[in-house]
Design a protein around this ligand. Structure first.
Ligand code: SAH
Length: 359
């Protein structure tokens, strides 16, 4: 057997990342260093309810433990590298830098008394929706629960208005990073954490059917959204390749099973792309497709990306007239329809405009 020789050099020790740990995990960690479990609850309170990142400020912990935390643990996973304010609305876009140098974006929006934060779930994305700017990055990696929660905390630190809503509609496909996204949502929802109501947290998917089935079976308390974007398999597969794996019939069957549970509603997002899915016939078909399904539909007029040198997007936002004709074609629908004019399009913070060049 080959002899293993330790590499020379300074002895490395790994720091423990506490951010992202759930309450039982923090209690177990406290026990592992010989502390009583209630220290786990105190840490949970400091990390999430108070958003404290300096152990020296944790004045209900013994001094020795505070020193141990400072020397061996990381209490934060990210910082804001850059912030851009919209000139149109009170929308801010944050470039959030992670400890390995990778970056994601988060968006903060103030409207109608709400402060909504849009969080990323992955660095990049591999679902490859053709109209979405994040797709061009490919998937770099999943975010940890701590990195997701830190986006929230960094935004809250920057803006005084208390965050009232969280949408997992930033970069990435939340259901392809299921466990970490749910761990983060659970921390945001926890009464000992950020204490956000379950109905104020929305998980959005491009249509990962097995994970929708799991989400339904687990009876998660969160709101749920599906990016539908077309009414036929032909069109949906052409713009969203994920539809070839899980076509409309399977996707809608999973949505129907989800809303079969009491109190459940699904939101369908429908990006309006000129000449592709915006004809009145598409509107009528949408009304039929979703008939009897407890849902609402958010129409999102396509946000054009910042043009890349030598490249133009093949997609266009429909004219206002075309959008109105589409809405009129939905008049027979048995679900509410809302048109979402994205916030912050002047700073590329709108739906589908999130991408970072330095990954
Ligand atoms: N991957 C998840 C979470 C991202 S949500 C999902 O697909 O649901 C981002 C939303 O923005 C999706 O509804 C998507 O369909 C929409 N979108 C993507 N690109 C867009 C663009 N250029 N203009 C408007 N909406 C866009």
């Amino acid at each position: 057997m080959a002899q293993v020789i330790a590499a020379p050099g300074p002895k490395k020790y790994t720091r423990t990342t506490l951010k992202g740990m759930t309450l039982p995990e923090l209690q177990d960690w406290a026990a592992s260093i010989g502390e009583p479990p209630y220290r786990g609850a105190q840490l949970f309170d400091w990390l999430y309810r108070k958003g404290e990142t300096d152990p020296r400020a944790m004045d209900n912990l013994p001094k020795t433990l505070r020193e141990q935390l400072a020397e061996t643990c990381d209490l934060s996973t990210a910082h804001i590298a850059h912030m851009t304010s919209s000139g149109q609305e009170p929308t801010r876009k944050y470039l959030v830098q992670l400890r390995d140098g990778k970056q994601v974006e988060a968006v903060s929006m103030l409207e109608q008394g709400r402060h909504t934060v849009c969080l990323s779930s992955q660095v990049g994305c591999n679902v490859d929706c053709h109209f979405c700017a994040t797709a061009a990055m490919g998937l770099v990696r999943n975010l940890t629960a701590g990195e997701i929660v830190d986006q929230y905390l960094l935004v809250q630190e920057d803006r005084p208005e208390p965050i009232t809503n969280v949408v997992f509609m930033g970069m990435g496909e939340p259901l392809l990073n299921y466990d970490r996204v749910m761990a983060a949502a659970d921390i945001l929802h926890s009464p000992q954490g950020m204490n956000l109501g379950g109905q104020r947290i929305t998980i959005s998917t491009a249509g990962v059917v097995p994970k929708i089935v799991r989400f339904t079976a687990e009876n998660r308390p969160y709101r749920f959204a599906i990016s539908l974007n077309a009414t036929t398999d032909e069109v949906r597969s052409a713009i969203m390749p994920i539809n070839r794996t899980w076509p409309l019939a399977e996707l809608l069957a999973a949505a129907r099973a989800y809303v079969a549970r009491p109190q459940r509603t699904v939101t369908f997002e429908y990006v309006l792309l000129a000449g592709i899915n915006d004809a009145p016939q598409d509107g009528r078909q949408l009304a039929e497709l979703l008939r009897g399904l407890r849902c609402k539909v958010n129409l999102i007029p396509y946000n054009e990306p910042d043009p890349l040198p030598g490249q133009t997007s093949p997609y266009r936002r429909p004219t206002r007239l075309a959008i109105e004709a589409f809405i009129a074609a939905l008049s027979g629908a048995d679900f509410p329809v809302l048109t979402r004019w994205s916030n912050g399009t002047d700073i590329a913070a709108g739906c589908g405009q999130l991408a970072v060049s330095q990954v």
